[in-house]
Design a protein around this ligand. Sequence first.
Ligand SMILES: Cc1cc2nc3c(=O)[nH]c(=O)nc-3n(C[C@H](O)[C@H](O)[C@H](O)COP(=O)(O)O)c2cc1C
Length: 348
Amino acid sequence: MAYSLFETAELGPLISKNRTVRSATNEHLSDPSGQITPAWVDSLEALARGGVGIIITGHLSVDRDQRADEGQAVLDQETDPTLLSLAAQRVHQHGALLIAQISHSGGKARPGVNGRPPLSPGDLTPQLLDRLVEQFRHAARTAQMAGFDGVQVHCAHNYLLSSFLNLRWNHREDAYGGSLENRFRLIRRVLLAVRDACGPRFALLVKVDNDSCDDLPALLRLFQSAGVDGIELSGLDMARRDGQKTPFFLDRLLAAWEGLTVPIFPVGGVFSRAAAEKVLAAGAPFVSLSRALICQPDFVERMEKGQTESPCLACNHCYNVYRQRPVRCVLHTEVIPQLEAVFGPYPT
Ligand SMILES: Cc1cc2nc3c(=O)[nH]c(=O)nc-3n(C[C@H](O)[C@H](O)[C@H](O)COP(=O)(O)O)c2cc1C
């Protein structure tokens, strides 16, 4: 029987009120030091109020010296526990679930923001590998203590864990390089550490590229064997698909998931109710969206009330405006005061 968008759905230990996921989207709402802010909490609550079932935060850096940009928040021992808990409470009040995406930026960390060079796979000594595993474990446990429902370990988009999987970036000759099993070793350690710290009632999700290695079925099997509760499938080229308003990676998923039992759902290119239903009809248990929810944080509620299409242009200028201007989307000029303080007034 085909899944229906607005029915309850299980994802590992969680029960979601519907089958929609807000894919991790950097809110760019930290303060300059990487601390989360009331505006960050508000942005998550707006998504919950707008009907999303499972909200995944923008990537939170497990290492405050390796942030991806000046708006990226950090999840470590200095993160404000009161605001973290407030985010979980406010999201839960609307019947939604909250997942923290935890990430290390790796080669994409910005020296201009961090005052130090980025860390790539070859830079990690055995001591730094151990430290990294502990940073992920600690971040996950901090989210759990604050009342979050789970974490998503970011293994996509050429951030550190993604680049470990990719022979283009991982040239190691030790137990962390070479075969796919070896390149997966660090991710397995991170996932096992998070599970060990947080237990089976806390959802453990991953975001993975379909194209970071040449054997996607084998990679998905490795993630399943590491005990994850769900896999969100993305791709290294997702940001170059501007203008494409049909699901990006559904076909690759369908070609790769035979024999797997772990829930896997694609992200990318869903801007209409018809596209969402196409993803579910193909057998994916969830529909994940990012830009349609930047454009309209209440797009899920709007779909439920009959809106068929998102006005989002899929133009990808949200990547630029939100780093240079105090607005989120080129289609609307609602100024976010916190961003205005950083980027100045919106040009009239
Ligand atoms: C402004 C912006 C910020 C993003 N930040 C993140 C992020 O923090 N973590 C992540 O995994 N993906 C991030 N993404 C990628 C989205 O989660 C999603 O994979 C991609 O936009 C394709 O989905 P869509 O077609 O529904 O937008 C971001 C995308 C945009 C447009």
